[in-house]
Design a protein around this ligand. Structure first.
Ligand SMILES: Nc1ncnc2c1ncn2[C@@H]1O[C@H](COP(=O)(O)OP(=O)(O)O)[C@@H](O)[C@H]1O
Ligand SMILES: [Mg+2]
Length: 299
């Protein structure tokens, strides 16, 4: 008698069997054989009187084995489907700007949005944390001083909560309508700041955020690589006050910088890494060129 642990010799054609079974068409020869044997086994057709009892017993065992094998394959496949991320319906383009504080993300995100709009694209510029009413409330809770101690896990969850709302309420709907979505920070910021900066571990923080966004990844991440000292000089120019994370010491910002660069090195095809100290105009031109290439390759 077959058990669920029995290896299936038709496993390579599992997808064909499943599709055939659920669509009512059975193309797979092994499944057709299994069905015929099953029918005979369960009395849907009359077993031939000429078949001897011993052969009928053997056939029943084989039929049951094939049935259990198919059932196991179907169950595994359906479980995989249930666990897979939400299918992306995104005719739009999703671009994230990443980098340390003072790198020039907001400056370049605005420039790119203006350029694309003037070329006739529908553009949504947004930011994290924030982008939704609840996200903006979370932004002030997590970035402003004066809310007492916020431990690293609470901080990571607050960023992830803001991102979950942002992805489902703002980014996905805009992408589905064909917009170019430009976000000032996304998952990489959490991986760098909470994973590396706060030492929570980059793998765990990424996993948390993949869950929060149901696997929504940017088509392109523009990483503006800034030296921690340069970033601080820029953001404190004109006596501007630093927020809760900006005011962390330089070694915190150095860990973040290294983590950002590691993320880009791991998947270079979806990153554009540029030195933040380059001139605003030069950076804007390079970013626009890369985005136009991406838009061109999609039409
Ligand atoms: N490429 C650049 N060169 C010099 N200064 C820049 C450049 N990009 C931005 N800045 C200036 O640096 C400061 C921080 O820029 P911002 O875009 O707000 O950075 P971020 O959003 O990454 O924190 C701003 O005063 C901005 O005008
Ligand atoms: Mg900014």
């Amino acid at each position: 008698m077959a058990s669920f642990g029995t290896a299936c010799r038709h496993h390579h054609s599992v997808r064909g069997q499943i599709c055939g079974m659920f669509s009512g068409k059975t193309h797979c020869p092994s499944l057709r054989r299994g069905e015929r044997a099953l029918e005979s086994c369960y009395g849907f057709v009359s077993p031939s009187g000429r078949v001897r009892r011993a052969r009928a017993g053997e056939r029943r065992r084989r039929a049951l084995s094939e049935f259990l094998c198919t059932l196991r394959s179907v169950t595994t496949q359906r479980l995989k489907q249930d666990q897979s991320p939400m299918p992306d319906q995104r005719p739009g383009l999703f671009i994230a700007f990443e980098g340390g504080d003072g790198a020039g993300k907001s400056t370049q995100a605005a420039r790119l949005a203006e350029s694309l709009e003037s070329l006739g694209f529908s553009v949504l510029r947004t930011r994290e944390p924030g982008g939704t009413p609840i996200g903006e409330k979370l932004r002030s809770l997590v970035l402003d001083h004066g809310h007492g101690t916020i431990d690293p896990r609470t901080e990571a969850l607050m960023f992830a909560a803001s991102r979950a709302a942002h992805a489902s309420q703002v980014i996905r709907p805009a992408l589905a309508q064909g917009a170019v979505v430009i976000t000032d920070r996304y998952i990489d910021s959490s991986v760098a700041y909470q994973g590396a900066g706060r030492d929570l571990g980059t793998v765990d923080v990424r996993r948390l955020n993949e869950w929060a966004t149901e696997g929504l990844e940017p088509d392109l991440t523009v990483l503006l690589d800034v030296h921690p000292g340069d970033g601080r000089d820029r953001r404190t120019a004109g006596d501007a006050a630093e927020d809760r994370l900006e005011s962390e010491p330089d070694d915190f910002h150095a860990r973040i910088r290294a983590a950002f660069l590691e993320l880009a090195q791991a998947r270079p095809e979806t990153y554009l890494v540029l030195p933040a100290k380059d001139a605003v105009e030069d950076l804007a031109a390079q970013i626009l060129r890369r985005v136009q290439d991406l838009l061109g390759s999609r039409t």
